[in-house]
Design a protein around this ligand. Structure first.
Ligand code: ADP
Ligand code: MG
Length: 251
């Protein structure tokens, strides 16, 4: 992991033979997956195939049962790794936005900067405002989450994440809980982030987004990677019956 004097650095992720079991339920059965620095990889697959668990192993919200996960060149399960330091560099955006309901939009975007990064209030607010402008919510500082649409709340969650200067962003079905008319705004922001060179691992059912934005698509089923390749190839010309069947159901 690079130190914080290199805020522009983008992390890659290298996952090899990743296993995760919950009791006797083996959810990840030896997953290999690579996201190079600056690359956008979309992870797709049926519900229950282990996508969220895989994402959660990358920032150690779940502890892997076996295999290797490297983030920015460091093995995350290495006992010497500072988990807080790792998480500080890895942004995560969930299906449920998880904003603090009792805090304003601006406060939602400054609290972790102040507590975790130890930034002063003024600097934190400056960074937050910059990122709120980036997601098109420049005039929303004083609103509370329940005064916003789902799409706006998700954009705040993205601005909050970006305010921590992440080197890698994980998205877990960021548009699945949104009204159809607000999905496009969130996807447009993710597309802009990708264009800016952010490393992104995105679990999504948005095949058009995957086709246009992802460098590669990885299809998981039953805890293993079944098919992967350039987005256009995997989505337009899937090789495996399982991927063909999945596409028929989501498109
Ligand atoms: P996906 O995101 O692809 O829908 P998940 O990774 O959420 O799949 O879940 C895969 C499997 O792991 C499911 O069978 C789910 O019940 C199980 N699972 C996920 N998290 C936990 C947990 N914390 N404890 C027990 N089982 C879990
Ligand atoms: Mg999931």
């Amino acid at each position: 992991m690079t130190d914080s004097s290199q805020p522009e650095a983008h992390f890659g992720v290298t996952i090899q033979g990743l296993r995760k079991a919950f009791g006797s339920n083996e959810v990840l059965k030896g997953v290999d997956l690579e996201v190079r620095p600056g690359e956008v990889v979309c992870l797709i697959g049926p519900s229950g195939s282990g996508k969220s668990t895989l994402l959660r192993c990358v920032n150690l919200l779940e502890a892997p049962s076996g295999g290797s996960v490297q983030v920015g060149g460091r093995e995350v399960t290495d006992p010497d790794v500072d988990i807080d330091e790792l998480r500080r560099h890895v942004g995560m955006v969930f299906q449920q936005f998880n904003l603090f309901p009792h805090l304003t939009v601006l406060e939602n975007c400054t609290v972790a900067q102040i507590k975790v990064l130890r930034r002063g209030r003024e600097e934190a607010q400056r960074v937050a405002r910059e990122n709120l402008a980036k997601v098109g919510l420049a005039d929303f500082d004083e609103r509370y989450p329940d005064q916003l649409s789902g799409g706006q709340q998700q954009r705040v969650a993205i601005a909050r994440s970006l305010s921590m200067d992440p080197h890698l962003m994980l998205f877990d079905e960021p548009t699945s809980a949104l009204d159809p008319e607000t999905v496009g705004d969130v996807l447009a922001i993710m597309r802009a982030l990708a264009r800016d060179g952010m490393t992104m691992l995105v679990v999504t059912h948005e095949m058009e987004f995957a086709r246009v934005v992802a460098d590669r698509v990885v299809f998981m089923d039953g805890g293993v990677v079944v098919e992967e390749g350039p987005a256009e190839q995997v989505i337009s010309a899937p090789q495996t019956p399982r991927m063909q069947d999945f596409l028929k159901r989501v498109i």
